[in-house]
Design a protein around this ligand. Sequence first.
Ligand SMILES: *Cc1c(COP(=O)(O)O)cnc(C)c1O
Length: 374
Amino acid sequence: MTNSFFDQFGLKRIINASGKMTALGASAVTEEVANALKAAAQSYVDMDELIEYAGKVIAHHTGAEDGCPTNGAATGIVISTAAVIAGKNISLIERMPNSGGLKNEIIIQKGQNINFGGNIDQMIRMGGGQVIEVGSVNKVEIDHIGEAITDKTAALIYIKSHHAVQKGMQSIESMIKIAQKHHIPLMIDGAAESDFQKYIEMGADVVIYSGGKALGGPTSGFISGKRQLMEACREQYKGIGRAMKVGKESIAGLIVALNQYPFRDTRADEQFNRMKAFCKRLNEVEGLTGTIHQDEAGRRIYRARIEVQKQANVTAEQLLHRLESGKPGIYLRAHYANVGILFVDPRPLLAGQEDIIAERIIAIIKEEGDDNVE
Ligand SMILES: *Cc1c(COP(=O)(O)O)cnc(C)c1O
């Protein structure tokens, strides 16, 4: 259903088995969220009031004092950065991203200055921040951070992402301690995280999420945090935020998605069984080994892990390419393709799509086998 809407434009049909990927349209929303998007698009509202109301909903679900809706987590970084630098001063808000002479330095651990599909560094600079990288890519000491803090420091930022270097970095706990000791705010980019309360509870000042990832909402995002800072975030819509404004439809969909979130059926057991049956089919093929693999972060996501061996006569990367360029285009989770391992993420799959994927994989391996015989 959701996929076929784009058929009328002549665009390629996609099976998304890779996860919550922005490049593939992130999430397919529930009926209730879809209805909210439609109804909001056909109504008028005072946008300032809507944004303030959304802030209260975000606060309710995150345990934070207040919140701010955005059109994505990337915008969340830009707006939060502008907020910690310009505050609620309209002249400064209108001056961003030109922050010369102001407290504008944002400290980041070197192993976290990543590209998530866009560039963290650039998002901070768009908000008027001057990025101060500390430590080495694989090693950051507490003192690296402490020694970088000066009277020009506006905030610390921590990026929680599988793209970041996981070892040798200072933990969130440690960053919170440093921030509190120096009375500067700590911002956390938790774009893809599924626990919307954890970091606020730990003591972070600003936490940024994507609305289209774990939440499964429309293209949107939200910031949660301290009241003064959230008011300052909302004020940025008079400045830099205007160029990345969030629509009434997205805010309405975000609100409904947040309200549904505590009651969502994670369907983890059903997904586990579907992936088990999928693995069983692949295990009948020489050169493939399918096993169930629980999410590294310990979430109840059970992905199928496919190991592509020599006997398959294709490499994991070749298999990936064949799947993506076929019709429909099938996208697997490919972070470990270079070492011969692919994953199927069951969360975005519509009913029965795992069978289409298994059939395609088996057909490709068979073809390759035949080619070698000739
Ligand atoms: C996806 C992601 C973003 C951007 O989120 P959008 O909602 O697509 O703007 C930012 N930071 C990290 C770590 C991400 O994974």
